[in-house]
Design a protein around this ligand. Sequence first.
Ligand code: G4P
Length: 531
Amino acid sequence: MFNLNYKQECSKRRTFAIISHPDAGKTTITEKMLLFGKIIRTSGTIKGRGNGKYAKSDWMSIEKQRGISVTTSVMQFKYKNILINLLDTPGHEDFSEDTYRIMTAVDCCVVVIDAAKGIEERTKKLIDVTRIHNTPIITFINKLDRDSREPIELLDEIEKELNLNCIPITWPISCGQNFRGVYHIADKIIYLYKNKDLKKNFFIDFQKYSNLSDVFLNKYIGIDLSQQIYQELELIISIYPKFNNQNFLKGMLTPVFFGSALGNFGIDHLLSSLITWAPPPLYRKSNKRIVKPEEKNFTGFIFKIQANMDLKHRDRIAFMRIVSGQYKKGMKLRHVRTKKDITISNVFSFLAGDRLSIENAYPGDVIGLHNHGTIKIGDTFTEGEEINFVGIPSFSPEIFRCIYLKNPLKQKQLIKGLIQLSEEGAIQVFRPITNNNLILGAIGILQFDVVIERLRIEYNVDAIYKKINIVLARWIRSDKHSSINNFIKHYNSFLAYDSSDSLIYLAPSQANLKIVMNKNSDIFFDNIREQ
Ligand code: G4P
């Protein structure tokens, strides 16, 4: 039954995430996109923005206390007949390994940059992760309604810091108080910004007004500014090549847009580029072959597990990205790792924390499965084929703590809890070779609080942390067995096993790691590890 309808369902989907350093405007852009997608009617309804309709779930007391979201949600909306799956990436204190791993489940990323700040630390890290799969990136330079850095300087910085060629698609007409809009280089149209002084929001066809000193334009932009922009544009058009879709899809260049999310300006340009340039669902690599979305049989992989969305039921939801085939309610799927065939009768799609039961889903979609502790991150589901998707990694943690029990008799429960929490990707657990400590590693600091809270509520274990002198971790491997043995002999006090018994080097400083790496050129020090 693989008909035109299935092909159409695949080709009309776009699955992407928005990434940014905190405060660059990710939430505001998400909100405006949902307004365009008619999912919400008014601003101020997204997480952390008051008591809106789609404010995120408050299933954990830690969320309630702090008013932040520990969850990831998936938002599906239509824009001009294209079905968009927008995966939310935890950002502020709730930044975690999940944020990195979500990048494996999308086919495109929008990176948001604050026009006054340029490239910030978190942006760089997130872009590094997109490089694992050469994910295409669209750039939105935000907050042009505030005083900003020179646009050309920002493009230079992106090229240098992110090692990504920029192709400006729109160009800002000044910034801050003087922000007047953008010139759409590709469409040759000037879009004027509506602000308090300019009551009307309208655009002007540049071909009709190719002379920027035209009286009509001058009225809105001013003679000086239009001449300056004209000169800038001449330069920009001569420096930057035209947008090349093939190179964009290879992750070699990024189209750049300018705007103001707060002013709802430029978001429609961004959305248009997403639906025209971002790829429909892409293939994924498995350990045996490449799986293409147009294949008849269903396949998918788990990239996130979320616990206790409903505290009453103590349930866990496994998030699956569909790679190929159609999900139909009640179908039987093979859980490849456990070799079990399971009838999947109830799956969810998500809308900013709300669950919706669904009957059908297609490649590119993200569905939620009930998980009673058997599903792990990285697991593959098929209609019987014995394949495993690859490229769903663990990322080396960036913060470390030693965990201690308040009541030593609860050791068994502590271990059980930590094993389950690490399988969910909530935390990484390391067992040093030379002592009985338990070291926890995370990407975001909040994860530690979440773990203590969940150990207490779900496993009845009271635990505390002590700081530990570890700042970096690298998984080690070598082509030669003897090299590894030698390394263990020399550095055993810095080595630990992770939950899958892989050896990891826990470095007390950057300098220490550098020296050890230099001394041991026969050892690979990996900062990511396949699940
Ligand atoms: P994030 O999700 O990336 O962390 O950023 P978020 O959208 O929450 O935006 C961070 C702050 O920047 C918010 O202000 C938001 O209103 C503001 N902002 C976002 N886009 C723009 C823009 O285009 N122009 C200007 N001038 N500001 C923008 P806040 O004061 O922290 O929060 P709020 O009280 O406005 O909600």
